[in-house]
Design a protein around this ligand. Sequence first.
Ligand code: FES
Length: 97
Amino acid sequence: MTTLTVLPSGKTYEVAAGISLLQALLDSGEAIVTKCGGKGQCESCHVMVPVGRKSLSKIQRAENEKLDGIVGVSSSSRLACQAILGEEAVTVELLKL
Ligand code: FES
């Protein structure tokens, strides 16, 4: 288990390690768009991870290529469907839908 803090609400959840950040957000009832069903194809699950990036799985080439095409991408950007949670706490910032 790990702690997931969601911004801007500031809500915290205890979620399973080893699942995707997207799945953890959906299981927690957070509103996040998943146009491709979590296959890393649509970019709709783009989030910022200001805390705990090192606890997430490393960015793979395909995710990196998708992120490169997103306006407003930053060094804390991830596709939630491609980021697998580790054991350390993570803070994620949801972007406006
Ligand atoms: S849900 Fe489509 S890229 Fe993550």
